[in-house]
Design a protein around this ligand. Structure first.
Ligand code: FPP
Length: 240
C-alpha cells in the first residue's frame, strides 16, 4: 500500500562518507562536511529535472549527538549557515524546505532559523526538500504511536500522517546511501517499507547530478510489485 502525492518520485539520501573523503585528502572532517554541502546544492538543482518531487536528506541523526562536541557544533553551524545562505535561491527555484526531527535539543536560534526558512519557502512546488535533523525514525514512530493511542479508528494513512506531519505524503520510492555502507541507520523506516535501495561507493562530497541519474536509471529498471505478482511501473505510485 502506498499513499500518493503526485507521479513524481520521493528519494531519500543517506549522505555518508564526508569524513573519509576529507581524511583521504588530509583535510579536516569539517572540510568534508563543507564539501558535502556543495553536493547538496548539486543534487537539489538536478533533482526536479530528473523526475524527483520530494527529496529527504539525512543531515544529522539523533545518534550523531554522540560525536565529539566540536564536530557537532561545526555541523550545527553549517546547518545554520545553509539555511541563512540558501533560502533566497531555494525560494527562487520553487523549492519548499521543511525539516523533520526534534527541534527542542538544537542550539539557540537554529529552531527559529528553520521556521523562517520553512515559512519563506512554503509556496515552492518544484521540489519538496526535507532535511532530517536530530532525526530518528524509531522515535518518530514512537511519538506517532503515543498520539495514536488516543484515537479509535486508526488507519495506515492517519498513522502515516502522524509520523510524517504531512496530510498527503508519498512513501519513499528510492533510498540512496553513499560511501559503500549498506545500512538504513534509523532513516525513514515506515516511509521506506517498499523503497528500492541503491548503494554506491561514491563518497557524499563527490556525488553529483550524474550519480543521481545513475541511481534513477537503476531504479527504473526494477519491477515494483508491492507484494503482488504484477509488476507496477516504477514511475507510477499505487493509490491506497
Ligand atoms: C556522514 O558522513 C555525514 C553526516 C553525519 C553529516 C551530513 C551533513 C552534511 C552533508 C552537511 C550539513 C547538511 C546540511 C543540510 C547543510 P560521516 O561524517 O559519517 O563520514 P565518515 O563515515 O566517512 O566518517
Amino acid at each position: 500500500m502506498q499513499s500518493t502525492l503526485s507521479s513524481k518520485l520521493h528519494i531519500g539520501i543517506i549522505m555518508d562518507g564526508n569524513g573519509r573523503w576529507a581524511s583521504r585528502r588530509k583535510l579536516s572532517r569539517l572540510r568534508g562536511h563543507e564539501a558535502g554541502v556543495e553536493a547538496i546544492r548539486r543534487v537539489v538543482e538536478a533533482a526536479p529535472q530528473q523526475g524527483v518531487g520530494t527529496l529527504t536528506l539525512y543531515a544529522f541523526s539523533s545518534d550523531n549527538w554522540r560525536r565529539p562536541k566540536a564536530e557537532v557544533s561545526a555541523l550545527m553551524a553549517l546547518l545554520r549557515s545553509y539555511l541563512a545562505n540558501e533560502i533566497e535561491s531555494l525560494r527562487r527555484n520553487g523549492v519548499r524546505l521543511t525539516v523533520i526531527g526534534r527541534r527542542d535539543r538544537l542550539p539557540d536560534g537554529l529552531a527559529a532559523a528553520i521556521e523562517d526558512a520553512e515559512i519563506a519557502t512554503k509556496s515552492g512546488h518544484r521540489l519538496h526538500l526535507r532535511v532530517a535533523i536530530d532525526y530518528s525514525a524509531r522515535d518518530a514512530i514512537l511519538r506517532a504511536a503515543t498520539q495514536a493511542s488516543q484515537l479509535t479508528d486508526l488507519t495506515r494513512e492517519r498513522f502515516a500522517e502522524l509520523i510524517t506531519g504531512e496530510a498527503e505524503f508519498r512513501d519513499v520510492d528510492l533510498v540512496i546511501r553513499t560511501s559503500g555502507e549498506k545500512r538504513l541507520s534509523d532513516f525513514l523506516l515506515w516511509e521506506s517499507a517498499y523503497a528500492e535501495l541503491h548503494f554506491t561507493e561514491r563518497m557524499w562530497p563527490e556525488f553529483d547530478a550524474e550519480d543521481l541519474a545513475e541511481a534513477l536509471r537503476s531504479y527504473h529498471l526494477r519491477e515494483r510489485r508491492f507484494g503482488g505478482l504484477q509488476a507496477a511501473p516504477s514511475e507510477l505510485a499505487l493509490t491506497s
